[in-house]
Design a protein around this ligand. Structure first.
Ligand code: NAD
Length: 348
């Protein structure tokens, strides 16, 4: 597909005294607050106003021509892009997301390029949304809404659109980092028992939440709701596949707001069709923006287009956090959210 790229330049002042201001390329539209922050720091900022991802060749070209790249999760920042960046002494790839599986961090580290993410600022918003999905699928909210709009509501019925209770159940959280813990905090009001699995964090981390550390198999066997909050890495790709789904209760629901490839979508469709589990709610997909066609045919799933962090306030904070990282690197200061800190020490 040929995509038009319309670029808008915002001029900064850092180069006032005859010097060129450092140039930042923003690969796709971001909230204005982020661009303002960069511009106020004095940089020339070019933004791909097309709001579609750049073609790979264009991304390579931008990497070669700018001092900093502000990227989004729809950009594939691969070794080729990073080699072009290194050849031009690019100072930073500032990703506007907490996840950075779209960036080849190993290649960036080899090439000495700092990479940053936006941790923390989207934690609460994403946890809110995981609960929104959990409750939507358990109480069949989207299905009921469609039923109403289709003119099918002809009067109250005691057996109409029965769902499952959320309160008093067991919630299993896979990945007990920032977002996993924020999901656990919200469980208190629902009188929910919490199990968590996290190979890095031990049993003590769960204590303030009244949450119990268990192995993944136990979590899958005992939970009524399984909510996934791991980063996408080679180890977590298809963390949930046929074998894991078979361990779950036939009355259980899977909620995924992490990254699509963490769940084997084909296996999930099979499990949902066969009644191995009761339902699923997904914000992320293996091949975005596509979903497995089988998912679209099922009524026991809730599907949303990767919007777990999509509140106005949080998206502003993500943009300004990425901008702050880029500004620090361009000013020779250590960016606050380095994901490959070893690069920075090497550079000093
Ligand atoms: P985090 O790093 O604070 O937490 C991730 C946790 O997962 C860590 O505690 C880590 O130890 C654990 N973990 C790593 N490998 C694991 C494994 N194999 N099994 C179980 N646990 C494992 O990250 P976070 O800020 O909580 O974000 C988590 C992920 O959520 C991000 O990486 C991102 O991909 C995703 N996310 C998605 C959206 C969205 O819009 N849908 C929004 C925000 C974040």
């Amino acid at each position: 597909m040929v995509r038009a790229v319309s670029v808008h330049t915002y001029h900064g002042t850092a180069g006032k005294e005859g010097l060129m201001a450092p140039r930042v390329y923003v690969t796709r539209v971001i909230p204005r607050a982020g661009v303002d922050r960069l511009q106020q720091a004095g940089f020339d900022v070019d933004v791909n106003e097309g709001d579609v991802p750049l073609r790979q060749d264009d991304l390579v070209e931008k990497a070669r021509s700018y001092d900093a790249l502000v990227t989004l999760l729809t950009d594939r920042v691969d070794r080729r892009v990073l080699e072009a960046a290194a050849s031009a002494d690019l100072k930073i790839v500032a990703n506007v997301a907490v996840g950075y599986d779209n960036v080849d961090v190993a290649a960036a580290t080899d090439l000495g390029i700092p990479v940053t993410n936006t941790p923390g600022v989207l934690t609460e918003t994403t946890a809110d949304f995981a609960w929104a999905l959990l409750m939507s699928v358990a109480r069949r909210v989207p299905e009921a809404e469609q039923f109403f709009r289709a003119g099918k509501y002809h009067g109250w019925g005691i057996l109409m659109l029965l769902g499952e209770d959320v309160h008093g159940k067991t919630l299993g959280i896979a990945g007990f980092g920032r977002i996993g813990q924020a999901v656990a905090r919200r469980a208190a009001g629902f009188d929910v028992k919490i199990l968590y699995y996290d190979p890095v964090l031990g049993p003590d981390v769960g204590k303030p939440f009244g949450a119990q550390h268990v192995e993944l198999d136990t979590l899958l066997r005992e939970s009524d709701f399984v909510s996934v909050h791991v980063p996408l890495t080679p180890e977590t790709r298809h963390l949930i596949s046929t074998q894991q789904l078979q361990l779950m209760k036939p009355t259980a629901y899977l909620i995924n707001t992490s990254r699509g490839p963490v769940v084997d979508e084909g296996a999930l469709v099979e499990a949902l069709r066969a009644g191995i589990i009761k339902g699923a709610a997904l914000d992320v997909f293996e091949n975005e923006p596509l979903a497995h066609p089988g998912l679209l045919e099922l009524t026991n799933v809730v599907l949303t287009p990767h919007i777990a962090s999509a509140s106005r306030e949080t998206r502003d904070r993500m943009a300004t956090t990425a901008a702050d990282n880029a500004i620090a690197a361009l000013q020779g200061r250590r960016p606050p959210n380095l994901v490959n800190p070893e690069v920075w020490t090497e550079r000093k």
